[in-house]
Structures are given as structure tokens and as C-alpha cells.
Design a protein around this ligand. Structure first.
Ligand SMILES: [Zn+2]
Length: 157
């Protein structure tokens, strides 16, 4: 799905006319019509506004160009409801809402093992064909490669 379809779907999901949506965003109705025709695209500020106003991630607004995964636990963020938000209510598309809650990281080097145990449980539920041992080894190998665990600040916490 491209961006213009994503924008149009958003509007129709909310049963809004182009004029109504424009009013909500305090922009012109013509702008919306141009987006939906693919003539123009909203700028980043407008995208942020749309994201917050309609509770939809920027990735989804862009037509889902990226397969997002949580950079702490590796969970695929297939649905916007899994994505974390920062303190101002904007989506933080780097993390799931369990790893980054109320603007705070829930895991760091000190409780990395705790995170592994949570992930092991979740993964076993999703993939019962693997053994606990296999899943644990896989996670211990995979998680430290994610962006969050590569950051220096994580180590000093
Ligand atoms: Zn996570």
C-alpha cells in the first residue's frame, strides 16, 4: 500500500470527509485532496500531527515501508497498538510498548536476563515447536545485536 492509499484509508476509517479531516488538522481541504490524488505528500510536521491526532504510526501513514521491530526485544511491531509512545504521546517506532513505557526504558544491562526470560515465554507460546533451550540461545545471540543494546548509554545504567 502506498502513502496516498494509507491516507485515504485513514480518513474513510474515521468516516470523515476531506473537509472534516482538513478542519481537524487545520489545513485546507484541497491539501487532503492533493494527498489522495498523489499530487503532494504531507510534510513531516503534518505527518507527526496526523500520527498523534489519529493514533496511527508514521510507518503506517507512509504505507508501511518498513517492517518495524522493537530494538530492545526484537518483537515485530506489526500493529500500531504494539508500538511505544514517548511522554508527549507521539509514537516511538523504535520500541514496543512493553520495553519502553511512559517514556522510560524498562530494560538495561542489569536486567537483561529478566528480559530474556520474558521473551523466552512469549516465543515459546508463538512457536511451540522450539525447545526452551533453543529459544533462549537464539535470543541471547540475537538481542545484543539490536540497536538499543549497541548504545553505550545502556551499559552505564
Ligand atoms: Zn520490546
Amino acid at each position: 500500500m502506498g502513502m496516498k492509499e494509507a491516507l485515504k484509508n485513514l480518513r474513510t476509517d474515521y468516516n470523515l470527509t476531506q473537509e472534516e479531516m482538513a478542519k481537524k488538522l487545520m489545513i485546507s481541504g484541497q491539501a487532503i485532496s492533493r494527498w489522495e490524488n498523489g499530487e503532494t505528500e504531507p510534510n513531516i510536521e503534518t505527518l507527526k500531527m496526523l500520527s498523534k491526532a489519529f493514533n496511527i504510526s508514521i510507518n503506517t501513514l507512509l504505507g508501511t515501508p518498513r517492517a518495524l521491530i522493537c530494538q530492545v526485544c526484537g518483537m515485530p511491531l506489526e500493529e500500531d497498538v504494539y508500538i511505544s509512545k514517548d511522554e508527549s504521546g507521539h509514537f516511538n517506532e523504535n520500541f514496543c510498548k512493553w520495553c519502553f513505557t511512559d517514556g522510560k526504558h524498562q530494560y538495561n544491562k542489569a536486567n537483561f536476563d529478566e528480559l530474556i526470560e520474558v521473551c523466552v515465554k512469549n516465543m515459546l507460546q508463538l512457536n511451540p515447536k522450539y525447545s526452551e533451550q533453543q529459544v533462549r540461545i537464539m535470543l541471547k545471540e540475537k538481542l545484543p545485536k539490536l540497536k538499543y543494546w549497541q548504545e553505550k548509554s545502556v551499559h552505564s545504567e
